[in-house]
Design a protein around this ligand. Sequence first.
Ligand code: MG
Length: 252
Amino acid sequence: MTTMPSRQLVLLVACGLCLARSAAEAQRPADTEVWEPVPPVVTAGRDGAPPSDAIVLFDGSDLSHWRAADGGEAGWRVEDGAMTVVGGTGDISTRQGFGDVQLHIEWQTPAEIESEDQGRGNSGVYFMERYELQVLDSYENRTYSNGQAGAIYKQHIPLVNASRAPGEWQSYDVVFMAPRFAADGTVLRPAYMTVFHNGVLIQNHVELRGPTLYIGEPAYESHADRVPLLLQDHGNPVSYRNIWVREISGSP
Ligand code: MG
């Protein structure tokens, strides 16, 4: 076996180090700086106010951005800066359709407890009129975990239960990414949701398997790129206020 003289070995290693160092030195900090595009300026809201580029869907004054989901005027009550479900008047939908959005919504279940399980403060925020983020009084109120507050109904259990007591205002902040369909209706990409409940992360970029169903296994069916947001009338007088969305642009 032949061995390399140690002097030659030392020279070889030193030369290798030298080359690596000179390659690194050839790079300047500016080589990795990206100056375009310049992010547009958005003024963040203070004390719960929406950011400057938000589409305000309810500011406490009227239901002008809403209609009954099955047509006609929305039948919910507006009072004291909030809108409240009037049981039996039906779900309400936004007049405008949305795709990928950031949503802020505040909600309150009745202070007076009248029922239990799914019958206690039940409502829901439906993205694209078919993907439900559950609204429920889940404060010391056991129900099936994939149907409690913050569940993507019957698909994803919330990571934690961040519920406040009945009668207290709560919030959801959501990133909803709409599904993408090919022209032949096949799913190119499923829907995703990230949810904060009262500022606490409860859904971390979860993948939806299709519309959220009461019975059976979900399956996607192709739909429009933009579909209204819907709030559920489940018969309980749940209230909402301070609802706004920001359309997310720039995602494929
Ligand atoms: Mg519901």
